[in-house]
Design a protein around this ligand. Structure first.
Ligand SMILES: [Zn+2]
Ligand SMILES: [Zn+2]
Length: 261
């Protein structure tokens, strides 16, 4: 385990085949979503120096399988507190009872040990989806994936923070030409689907750029996007180079990063 006075964050994998993000501060370790089997999550945690026993709590954004598939088994096996909205809970995707359920009320902040958490409502085709802003008292990290469009509410909540794990799901042209059936293309591109590279870039243009130190393109579609295209599109909004934009991929996620200074 690591110990630091600042938030540190890593992705264990990001995309439609499974998501899990680990955010730590000192000995507090929060897992956001788990789309992986317990065995696979253990393997991915080990890669970043953690075990399930090190986790303080699990937070879930919404009930889609790539975020919740491995959550029920994980919290039951390790007795972990599970934070989710009432809507996510009644979706019935946990596969049974959970030992310690804590209700998230969207837009009501709370603390888990040393980490402050703000759940923010997002437009996505789930029952009561939220995304999270996490803070260490001095700096804040915004996690923002699985949303079909950027609302004024999201801009108001997210615009002033230092780091952003931001969805850049698809390129509209690649999606249109790609293998998905028409109904799925419509869902992905719709207002309750997923952010395109360009929508993510437009959002970055509205951020307070003097504050922003780290942007990681996340939840990329393996079929309807291209990593370099996504990074280049986001970089353009910030007048920076594509290699400045971090990348979370399906297999590796991204390595530890931190908010300091
Ligand atoms: Zn997802
Ligand atoms: Zn989703």
């Amino acid at each position: 385990m690591r110990s630091s006075a600042h938030l540190q964050y890593t992705s264990l994998g990001s995309g439609s085949q499974g998501n899990a993000t680990l955010v730590t501060l000192g000995t507090t370790a929060l897992l956001i979503d788990n789309g992986f089997s317990v065995k696979e999550l253990k393997r991915r945690l080990a890669r970043v120096g953690y075990t399930p026993e090190d986790l303080s709590a699990v937070l879930v954004t919404h009930e889609h399988g790539d975020h919740i598939a491995g959550v029920g088994a994980l919290v039951r096996r390790y007795g972990l507190p599970l934070y989710m909205t009432a809507g996510t809970r009644i979706s019935g995707r946990l596969g049974g009872e959970v030992p310690d359920w804590r209700l998230i009320q969207p837009e009501h902040s709370f603390a888990i040990q040393d980490i402050e958490v703000w759940p923010v409502t997002v437009p996505h085709d789930a029952r009561e989806p939220v995304q999270f802003i996490l803070g260490d008292g001095a700096h804040r990290l915004g996690v923002l994936t699985d949303l079909g469009c950027i609302t004024p509410h999201i801009v108001r909540h997210y615009r002033r923070y230092q780091a952003l794990i931001l969805e850049a799901n698809h390129d509209p042209r690649l999606l249109a030409q790609g293998p998905y059936p028409p109904s799925l293309k419509k869902r992905v591109a719709g207002e309750y689907g997923h952010l395109s590279n360009q929508q993510a870039a437009d959002f970055l243009a509205q951020m307070d750029q003097a504050q922003l130190k780290d942007v990681i393109a996340s939840h990329l579609s393996e079929k309807n996007n291209d990593q370099q295209l996504a990074r280049a599109t986001l970089a353009q909004s910030l007048s920076t180079t594509p290699d400045w934009i971090g990348l979370a991929d399906q297999e590796e996620g991204f390595a530890w990063r931190n908010l300091s200074g």
